[in-house]
Write a protein that binds this ligand. Structure first.
Ligand SMILES: [Zn+2]
Length: 364
């Protein structure tokens, strides 16, 4: 295993280079999907990169995704790179006869530019929905939009008072749900689901179909940050409201798997979550999915950072100092540079990967 600081990068370009180098060190071919239009913050090409580790013909596939939420990719990429350098993990993959698919930087634009959303301000983990019918309006979001994305930043004292009044009467959970469940009404708003499948959505479905659809079992761990206690990895069930699937996730990962279906997770109920891609791209395959969600700052601090970043996105001519401060604030809300945090994150990533390998290994 390499020193933890060498696994976690400080830019998208550096993260991608480390991932490519780690795959090369294992002699793994890398499949590259370059974004057709967008470029990165340093002018670099943006891509999703995919590497397969282990027996390519195995009956079981474990998918590990980073950067579904752009800036959260510092964490997921660090875990992916660490795992590729981790001799115990490599030996466990070999022994289990399982294939691991590393899908690096689902949303490379947000990763490079330090956004949680993509090039069109789409929250990818709300974008996996059926677009054949008009989206259902989200009245709860519409009610809070102007309050949450005010015309001025920093917001006025009146704005702070309005939010405090909302929380006092409806509760903090109601605000979190209204803001973050996913909405299709305001492209300039928070947790915007989009009106069509995003490029990253199409790429992910294609990768899952080509590499997953003929297997017997598919496990998926999607790395996220920004909710829960500092450095703690919450295993949030990510799949349909199916009792057998939830029971299987708990059998794999432990009874501390949480779910928004029963209110036990830090995340409220969401719509358009990425697990739909696995169910639709690999319909014959037994699917078991979780999001591994690591805590950073408080929910209030994270939400404040997202509000600031949305304001900045809506005001591209903002003063350079305000821009730099907001970008720093956002980055700090979804990543922690301290070694202790990275070590906690990586240790827990190893555990869930080993648990998944153990469960999937019985397939062959
Ligand atoms: Zn996330």
């Amino acid at each position: 295993m390499i020193p933890i600081a060498e696994a976690f990068a400080s830019t998208y370009a550096q993260a991608r280079a480390r991932f490519i180098a780690a795959a090369a060190a294992r002699r793994l071919p890398v499949e590259r999907h370059v974004h057709p239009q967008a470029r990165g913050a340093e002018g670099e090409e943006l891509s999703v990169d995919v590497a397969l580790l282990g027996d390519p013909q195995s009956q079981a596939l474990l998918v590990l995704t980073s950067g579904m939420h752009g800036v959260e990719g510092f964490c997921g990429s660090g875990c992916q790179v660490g795992l590729l350098h981790d001799e115990a993990i490599l030996a466990a993959v070999e022994a289990a006869g399982v294939t691991i698919l590393f899908h690096h930087a689902v949303n490379p634009y947000g990763f490079s530019w330090l956004h949680r959303t993509n090039e069109d301000n789409v929250d990818l983990n709300r974008n996996f929905r059926d677009f054949s019918a008009p989206p259902a309006p989200n009245a709860a979001y519409t009610e809070v939009h102007a309050m949450m994305v005010p015309p001025d930043w920093p917001p006025s004292p009146d704005n702070g008072a309005a939010i405090a009044a909302y929380v006092a009467t409806r509760g903090r959970a109601a605000l979190q749900s209204a803001v973050s469940s996913g909405q299709s009404d305001r492209p300039d708003g928070l947790f915007y689901a989009g009106v069509a499948p995003a490029w990253s959505n199409v790429v992910l479905r294609d990768v899952l179909h080509r590499h997953g659809s003929t297997r017997r079992k598919l496990g998926w761990i999607d790395f996220h940050t920004g909710l829960g206690p500092w450095g703690h990895g919450e295993k949030i069930y990510s799949g349909p409201p199916d009792a057998a699937m939830i029971a299987r996730a708990k059998a794999w990962y432990g009874i501390d798997v949480t779910s928004f279906y029963d209110g036990s997770s830090t995340s409220p109920a969401l719509t358009g979550v990425a697990f739909h891609a696995a169910l639709e791209a690999c319909p014959e395959v037994e699917f078991t999915g979780i999001a591994q969600e690591y805590g950073t700052l408080s929910l209030d601090a994270t939400l404040q950072a997202l509000r600031a970043d949305q304001w900045l996105r809506n005001h591209p001519d903002a003063d350079a100092r305000i821009r730099a401060a907001i970008k720093r604030q956002l980055r700090d809300a979804f990543h922690d540079e301290r070694e202790a945090w990275k070590a906690m994150v990586y240790g827990q990533a190893r555990v869930v990967v080993l648990q998944a390998l153990r469960a999937l290994g019985t397939a062959s």
